[in-house]
Design a protein around this ligand. Structure first.
Ligand code: SF4
Length: 358
């Protein structure tokens, strides 16, 4: 399949193979791509024996978000984030809420240079840039160029990622990335990811988490979107929590997110609250100190609790922060226990942060 597109930036994450073929090294699919063909994500293709990133500088979505929406609850709380994404994705999730972008196999979007992405973030008073909406690893070279400039201007960079990465892509992330949320789906269980995500196994996601944690350069948080009936087995949840505890330690934040029917899974109900609470309980029993429930505004497990005195140190409602009971060193105000949250609460956190910018 040939792409009709004028943006032709040669990718970095690839290797050449005989007969003008290339192997993409951006994600764990490792597509081998013949001349004139594109990879599964629809945005990296072989042009004349070179791998081209066709969405370099093609921003298909841009919004201002609160950082808590990613979800990130232990890093730079209260900040405003300029979120960008492109078309295409390396996963085929049957319930993707952004399927219009992620499953669009067309190169579309507004033209932005990396400098313009950073300017937009600064002009809109953002403190960071998130690469999100579709899997950012597939447009990593563009994200890297934005991120390096962003850092020079004092901005931080976040990936909202499915973690289906390679050693090469994680290595490139280290050049500019400050924070990543890695999203397991259906607890990363094999049958689930085969049927509903379209990957043979979630093992590369586990490997990415291990790699990121070992290298310690990037703040990591874990999410798990819990799909009722087919991805909510508590034994699988226990296995995931045990892996997180053993690999990342007890202070790794884990977010259990509520599923809402979307795309090809409209017949499924939203995740029952009790199912999410059961997941939360398992995480706590497995020793994870900072478990959260997401997509359920008003639930008491949106807050951060001090594991020592059990009091609420950060009270939240959806993406808003209502109360901040931490001192300047992020110690609990009630018992002085140090809470592993990076950065102070941003002083502008009460301003309106939802604003469509283009
Ligand atoms: S990023 Fe795209 S082209 Fe590269 S391996 Fe993954 S799916 Fe294939």
């Amino acid at each position: 399949m040939l792409i009709d597109c004028t943006v032709e930036k040669e990718a970095i994450l690839y290797e050449r193979l005989p007969n003008d073929k290339v192997r993409c090294l951006a994600c764990a699919r490792y597509c081998e791509i013949g001349k004139g063909q594109i990879g599964l994500c629809g945005i990296r293709g072989n042009k004349d024996g070179k791998l081209v990133l066709y969405v370099y500088g093609k921003v298909a979505a841009a919004h201002i978000d609160p950082i808590e929406k990613k979800p990130v609850t232990h890093y730079m709380q209260g900040t405003k984030i300029f979120s960008v994404g492109t078309t295409g994705c390396n996963w085929l999730c049957k319930y993707c809420i952004n399927y219009d972008l992620s499953q669009r196999r067309k190169i579309e979007g507004a033209d932005y240079t990396p400098e313009e992405v950073v300017s937009q973030a600064l002009e809109n008073g953002c403190q960071g840039i998130a690469y999100t909406y579709n899997e950012p690893t597939i447009f990593l070279e563009f994200a890297r160029d934005c991120g390096v400039i962003a850092r020079k201007h004092g901005l931080f960079n976040i990936f909202v990622s499915n973690g289906y990465c390679t050693p090469e892509s994680v290595s490139m992330m280290k050049e500019f990335l400050d924070c990543i949320t890695v999203d397991f789906k259906g607890n990363g269980e094999k049958q689930f990811v085969r049927k509903y995500i379209g990957i043979p196994s979630a093992q590369p996601v586990f490997d990415t988490v291990s790699r990121l944690v070992k290298e310690k350069d990037i703040h990591v948080e874990i999410t798990d979107l819990v799909v009722p009936q087919v991805g909510d087995d508590l034994e699988h949840a226990k296995k995931l929590c045990k892996f997180i505890y053993d690999t990342c330690g007890p202070e790794m934040p884990i977010h259990f997110l509520r599923f809402h029917p979307d795309y090809k899974m409209m017949e499924f109900p939203s995740t029952p609250i009790k199912t999410l609470e059961n997941h939360y309980d398992i995480a706590r029993k497995e020793g994870l100190k900072y478990a959260y429930i997401g997509n359920v505004p008003g639930h008491p497990y949106e807050h951060t609790y001090c594991p020592e005195c059990k009091k609420i140190v950060v009270r939240r409602y959806n993406f808003d922060i209502l109360e901040w009971n931490l001192d300047v060193q992020n110690r609990c105000k009630f018992c002085e226990n140090k809470i592993p949250i990076i950065g102070p609460l941003d002083k502008g956190y009460k301003e309106k942060r939802f604003q469509f910018v283009g």
